[in-house]
Design a protein around this ligand. Sequence first.
Ligand SMILES: Nc1ncnc2c1ncn2[C@@H]1O[C@H](COP(=O)(O)OP(=O)(O)OP(=O)(O)O)[C@@H](O)[C@H]1O
Ligand SMILES: Nc1nc2c(ncn2[C@@H]2O[C@H](COP(=O)(O)O)[C@@H](O)[C@H]2O)c(=O)[nH]1
Length: 210
Amino acid sequence: MDRTGLLIILSSPSGAGKSTLARRLMDWDGDLRFSVSATTRPPRPGEIDGQHYYFTTPDMFRDMVADGQMLEHAEVFGNLYGSPRSPVEAAMRQGRDTLFDVDWQGGQQIRASALGGHVVSIFVLPPSLPELERRLRARGQDSDQVIAGRMQKSRSEISHWAEYDYVLVNEDLDGTEDRLRAILTAERLRRDRQAGLGRFVKRLMEEESA
Ligand SMILES: Nc1ncnc2c1ncn2[C@@H]1O[C@H](COP(=O)(O)OP(=O)(O)OP(=O)(O)O)[C@@H](O)[C@H]1O
Ligand SMILES: Nc1nc2c(ncn2[C@@H]2O[C@H](COP(=O)(O)O)[C@@H](O)[C@H]2O)c(=O)[nH]1
């Protein structure tokens, strides 16, 4: 079957659980490709260049944008973030699905991009704003000032929820992972239906019955 890889967008206010859920989905499906973003944010302890992000300078980031290397890019919490284009195009050609952990601006740009693939967008909500702040603190990787800034921006990120195909409240991690798996499975079936099942059904109808 001639199929194109899905573009799966995961967005949420910072700390709602996207990266945790993305990791779980990748463990569940080894064929799913994570889009490693470039960023000018400094690495957190334990973050590996090329695995969590491509850490870069503002000048190099702007050069990549000017050179058309970014599928989308945005300023988020005072740093630049962007999704490199060529690995996404290669995955699509191979029929491999790509998972993006991006903010709402990235979500809008990927939907509007000329890549022409089947886009599935999922917004993850926290059960409450106090719980969101608790998670940011429990992660233990950002200063009080950074956490305050992210909490301040959380309402404006959440205000974009209705732009997404699916909205999940990430209360219980296992339950949210189950629902994400179900979405992925159903959307793959939908993509395959568009990609060429019509030809299969035509052949099936033309077959002689035994
Ligand atoms: N359902 C959940 N219940 C309790 N804790 C959770 C849940 N989901 C995620 N967490 C925890 O919340 C913290 C923030 O999660 P995570 O880093 O995945 O958020 P994020 O949305 O990717 O944040 P950012 O946008 O800043 O990258 C982590 O410590 C994670 O273990
Ligand atoms: N538009 C984009 N947003 C991105 C990208 N990579 C990450 N992000 C978003 O930034 C914030 C902060 O991330 P953090 O790792 O510093 O906590 C979060 O909302 C991410 O989804 C990207 O390539 N483009």
